[in-house]
Design a protein around this ligand. Structure first.
Ligand SMILES: *Cc1c(COP(=O)(O)O)cnc(C)c1O
Length: 368
């Protein structure tokens, strides 16, 4: 069947949508009926079960809600449903996605405080503990795991310890790390874990998901500030029947099911992580050899996406982007306030050999 599926004209070195396999794209070539068991039980419930298994060593403690839309829809559904009217949310932010959570809290009217650090600095667990001790009204804490803005990997373990040892509810936006960086949500005590179809599981865009402790999900009842983004209502319907409230993204869901099969065939999250690390290592070593510098210190860097500083003040990123794209690779513009950067992702259906071909293209363009 794969012979009928066209090759991509270029590789997406972006953090979602990303390059997907022919198997994933091919899985979308048929229609599904949303009230039959083939779909609801065979695909939707199976996906929910497997996601809980990827998230935690004790998956029976967790339950899963799939939500139509891009990743932000699930983040907004989670913040708006998890934090009750009398609750208070601490948002840890050091990039655009943390900032987006603050925007959501403002729009939804969720009472909140912010702990901000520079985009090139990780938040400190000790500071999180101080804030919680100084403000006992805080009930929930939200943080981005891998801040895709820069590629920084925030200190999940330390922050989780500070939050959970104080009995607060922990919400993690693991959008760009889940499936690509191994961690055990159960051991960390994560209450809500959010990711989407088009990141490290390597599906196509169209839905996102929240993996939550059963008790935490049950406690969301009646909290939602929105009908469509009511996480509890979505979960209750889906948990019973495998049905989505409102139209289900059937093709995208079927493609995601295939992407989960391919993740398993690759050897699971540990093997995928090793590939992403090798992609990242090949990329950074090669780019440094070509005179580029990374924005972040190596100790803060994730293997998901890497920010590079413009090599010269008069660097024409637009021309560079076009020339590299012509050679088959799509890069990602920068997104930070303190420095001129561009980004290159290492995730998706991308291998170290692709990175070596990219480096040859960058050399070619730089010498032109
Ligand atoms: C991709 C991403 C999101 C969601 O972005 P959407 O454009 O809504 O899919 C949220 N947080 C992080 C860290 C991300 O990388």
């Amino acid at each position: 069947m794969n012979d009928f599926i066209p090759d991509n004209p270029y590789i997406l070195l972006t953090p979602g949508p990303l390059s997907t396999s022919k198997g994933v794209r091919g899985a979308m070539l048929r229609d599904w009926c949303t009230w039959d068991a083939d779909y609801n039980v065979g695909i939707v419930q199976d996906i929910r079960r497997r996601l809980a298994g990827l998230a935690a060593a004790s998956p029976e403690d967790y339950t899963v809600a799939l939500m139509q839309g891009s990743g932000s829809f699930a983040v907004e559904a989670c913040l708006g449903s998890a934090v009750p009217r009398q609750g208070k949310l601490l948002i840890i932010r050091n990039g655009a996605y943390g900032e987006r959570m603050c925007q959501m809290a403002r729009v939804l009217g969720v009472r909140h405080v912010e702990y901000a650090t520079a985009e090139t600095e990780a938040p400190e667990p000790r500071r999180v503990a101080e804030i919680l001790d100084g403000d006992p009204a805080v009930t929930h804490v939200a943080m981005v795991h891998c801040e895709t803005t820069t590629g920084i990997l925030n200190p999940l373990e330390g922050v989780a310890k500070a939050v959970k040892s104080r009995g607060k509810t922990l919400i993690i936006d693991a959008m760009s790390s889940f499936g690509g960086i191994p961690f055990d949500a159960g051991a960390l005590g994560i209450d809500f874990l959010i990711s989407s179809a088009n990141k490290c599981v390597q599906g196509v865009p169209g839905f996102a998901f929240v993996i939550a402790k059963r008790a935490a999900m049950a406690a969301c009842e009646g909290n939602a500030r929105s009908l469509c983004l009511d996480l509890h209502d979505q979960w209750r319907e889906m948990d019973g029947s495998g049905k989505w409230r409102y139209t289900s993204p059937t093709h995208v869901t079927r493609a995601f099911f295939q992407a989960l099969d391919e993740l398993e065939a690759e050897g699971g999250v540990a093997a995928r992580h090793a590939r992403y690390q090798e992609n990242h290592r090949t990329l950074v070593e090669g780019m440094r050899g070509l005179g580029f510098r990374t924005l972040l210190a190596d100790a803060l860097q994730s293997p998901i996406i890497t920010s590079f500083l413009y090599p010269r003040p008069d660097f024409d990123f637009g021309a560079f982007y076009d020339a590299v794209k012509e050679r088959g690779f799509v890069l990602y513009p920068g997104k930070i306030s303190q420095a001129d950067t561009f980004r290159i992702g290492s995730i998706g259906e991308v291998y170290p050999g692709d990175m070596r071909r990219l480096l040859a293209a960058v050399r070619d363009v730089s010498e032109a």
